[in-house]
Design a protein around this ligand. Structure first.
Ligand code: HAM
Length: 421
């Protein structure tokens, strides 16, 4: 027998029962995005590798070790998108979106690809929903961005069990100042740092704040805080964002050790975490990225955004407040006798076109087996069609809830079921 082929490590099959949960979540996302006036964008799944190297940063974990990169027939180096901010910015520049409106508010949903070590909540193909607002430098845009994700959490009924952590990495001047303050603090302890952090000491010392190595973690507890190195403009921006969050009653905790794993951030950065998850507890991450549009060849346009892992969101929703299941089948048509095989599809076709959710048995099984299938699909009604019914132009319509059964003319079935909704 030929060997079965297994799916690739770290990717998931989303089967129909689970897909219903995805659709319910997607409906919530779409509704909230509409309310906040964000338009959907669907960029390609792969881009030139250079986009991520320049956009996300050569020295980030994502670019240095996690990308699925390949060459196509023309020997161009292409990469399956590990995130979508760089792709959205590329598209914004290429399509001149700033000409349509000075602030572009965009959202997206789709699969991302990162070659990480798989574990609960961490996959190699995972889905993100995300939003990017390109054009406004002002704190109200930061506040709206955070409120947008918070509104999704509220709609899902899980806002109270999620923590918003926020910090600011300031503008480039503030960051340069903090970088040297942090290096000065760490320098005497350099040999005690983990190997990765020793490397980052030169390349990106802020990431040391995020280290998981116990020694590094203990050390950075006493490190100078970036908040204390913000220049006046950066500090004022950050303060105003916090004030606006308070005015909207969105709870937050300031996390001095919060830094993000992508290089493009400036000013406000944030993460939403949940206790309902294991080690991979971030359900959303984002921040301002005022320099990225310019760095990717566009004009000097500020921006802010976030992305949330859908699998992780659903793990939290599942653990805390499962989404209401979609309604089940309206009607299951039980067909008895081979002479009716042409009438059955015709009836189903009409009923489905009228908006009923219908199914039937295409295996020509016994009445008992068909009834079992109707039960499995939780049909609200079954319609039984035999020789006698065909002759009279009726089906025996049985309401599964009340067990009532009566003959109903073919053309009256839709109304009979809709009346019962
Ligand atoms: P990120 O923090 O890399 O940010 O990812 C955002 C979210 O995607 C995470 O908080 C997590 O929920 C989910 N996620 C990331 N990696 C995985 C994985 N391997 N498996 C499952 N879920 C995962 C970004 O991607 C930025 N583009 C966010 C952003 C948008 N910043 C500004 N605009």
């Amino acid at each position: 027998m030929p060997q079965k082929i297994q799916r690739v490590k770290g990717v998931n099959d989303i089967l129909p029962a689970e897909a219903k949960q995805w659709q319910a979540l997607e409906a919530v996302v779409k509704k909230v995005m509409d309310r906040y006036a964000y338009g959907e964008i669907r960029p390609p799944l792969f881009e030139k590798t250079e986009l991520f190297a320049r956009g996300v940063g050569e020295d980030t974990d994502i670019v240095s070790k996690e990308m699925y990169t390949f060459s196509d027939m023309s020997k161009s180096s292409l990469t399956l998108r590990p995130e979508l901010t760089a792709g959205v910015v590329r598209s914004y520049i290429q399509n001149n979106l700033q000409q349509i409106s000075p602030v572009q508010k965009l959202w997206y949903e789709g699969p991302m690809f990162r070659q990480e070590r798989p574990q609960k909540g961490r996959y190699r193909q995972f889905w993100q929903v995300g939003a990017e607002a390109i054009g406004s430098p002002n704190p109200e845009q930061d506040a709206e961005m955070i409120a947008l994700f918070y509104a999704i959490l509220e709609e899902l009924g899980i806002a109270e069990s999620v923590t918003l952590k926020i910090n600011s990495v300031g503008d480039s001047e503030s960051r340069a100042q903090y970088r040297s303050a942090l290096q000065d603090f760490l320098r005497p302890h350099l040999s005690d740092l983990s190997e990765t952090s020793q490397h980052r000491f030169e390349t990106n010392p802020l990431r040391i704040l995020d280290s998981k190595a116990p020694n590094d973690k203990a050390l950075v507890q006493n490190a100078p805080k970036i908040r204390e190195c913000l220049n006046a403009t950066s500090a004022a921006h950050y303060e105003q964002v916090l004030e606006m969050l308070e005015a909207m009653d969105i709870p937050y905790v300031q996390d001095d050790l919060l830094v993000r794993g992508l290089d493009y951030y400036t000013h406000t950065i944030f993460e939403f975490t949940s206790d309902a998850l294991g080690a991979q507890d971030a359900i959303c991450g984002g921040g301002r990225y005022n320099d990225l549009v310019k760095e990717l060849g566009g004009q000097d346009v500020p921006a802010i955004g976030w992305a949330s892992g859908i699998e992780r969101l659903l793990l939290v929703v599942d653990a805390l407040k499962p989404l209401p299941a979609e309604s089940d089948l309206d009607l299951f048509l039980i067909v008895l006798g081979d002479d009716l095989r042409t009438k059955a599809p015709q009836l189903l076709h009409e009923w489905r076109n009228a908006g009923l959710k219908c199914d039937t048995d295409s295996l020509r099984r016994s009445m008992k087996a068909q009834m079992r299938e109707a039960n499995r699909q939780k049909a609200r009604f079954v319609a039984i069609l035999g020789e006698e019914e065909l002759a009279q132009g009726v089906v025996q319509l049985k309401n599964f809830e009340t067990s009532e059964q009566q003959p109903v003319a073919f053309e009256a079935v839709v109304a009979a079921i809709l009346d019962n909704n």
